[in-house]
Structures are given as C-alpha cells and as structure tokens.
Design a protein around this ligand. Sequence first.
Ligand code: CA
Ligand code: CA
Ligand code: CA
Length: 206
Amino acid sequence: MVQVLPSGTVFGGTERITLTFNEALDATSFDAGDVSLIGPAGAVGPLAVRQVSAVSYEIAFALLEEPGLYQVWVGPDLRDVAGNLLDQDRDGVGGEVPADQVTASITVETALRLDFGKATSPVAAGYRQVLETDVYAAAVGYGWQDGSMKSYDRTSGGDLLRDFHYAPQGTFLVDVPNRRYEVVVTMGDAGGLHGDVPGGCAQPAV
Ligand SMILES: [Ca+2]
Ligand SMILES: [Ca+2]
Ligand SMILES: [Ca+2]
C-alpha cells in the first residue's frame, strides 16, 4: 500500500505530492514518466521525481493553484528492489492497469474558512469545524500547535461566532505555498467583554 500526501482538500495549492511505499523501491524504476496528473484545466506534467528515503518519493509540479479537483495516477511500472512490479491490489500479479496504479485525488481551494468551536456547537455554513483538540497534522494541513486550548459555546450569536477557543496564548498553523495571503481573524467574546483583548497578537507567519 502507498500513502499519498497531500490528499483530500488543500488550501492555496501544492507544489509536490509525496508517496510513501511499504517497501523500498528500485529508484531507477520511478521517474516523471510514471506519473499522470489531470487538473481542472487539463493534464499537468510533473517536473521531477525525487527520492526522499528508501520508501518515500516526492513528485514536483509547478504550483497547482487552480481551484478544483486534481487526480493523480502513478505506475504501475514501478519495481521493488527484488524486481517485482507494483501490486497495489495485492492479487499476486504486478503491473496491471489500472488495478495496480496508485491513484489519489486532491481538491485545491483558494479560501480556507474555519469555525473554531466545540464538538457540540453548530458549524457555520461553508466553514470547516476546528475543535480545541485539533492539533496540527500534516495530513490535515492545519491545527493548533499544541493541545492547550479551551473552547466555549455561548449558545447564541450565530453559528460562527457563538463558539470560540481561548487560552493565554496559542499558535495556529496552516500549510500554504509561499505567496501573499489575506488573513481575517475574528477575536473577542461578545458574552464576556474585556477592556483590552489583544487582537494584535495574531501573527500570520506566511
Ligand atoms: Ca495486481
Ligand atoms: Ca466559532
Ligand atoms: Ca460554530
């Protein structure tokens, strides 16, 4: 089996797809000719395949930033160090098309809308729910740096702003390609007004 990253939805786009195999490959059997990628505007050619470790390879593309669905196919003409062809469906016969190809889908979105809330509070339409326990993971692409946040639901004030996370200090991480972004952060607590909520502590580092 092969792990493909990123997968699912990515924000802002990506320049690389990483494949991690369950065994070492013959590196000479894997190059850009083994990769097909179809994006919303048609086929996209890979620039290069780079070996990262014995089992891990990175496929580089020009930045995939056009929003929409990208589908990638890899193989099946890849071999392990013993010379066996890739057998993704594990039927004992390697190199079958399409059964032994590695496939993955990536959806690129240009806007990431997050509703920080509690597991029991409603998620605003068009937003993704973030829980206080959502610690950053590469497979997700965003999350709190650690699990020290708390959450609260004021139960009124609209699905987006009734619920929020709080802590003396917190860092929220988002993977994005290098470029300019507009970051809009809504801070404060309508149900517990303070004289000085330090809104200036939001420091997007992009
Ligand atoms: Ca097979
Ligand atoms: Ca919220
Ligand atoms: Ca909410």
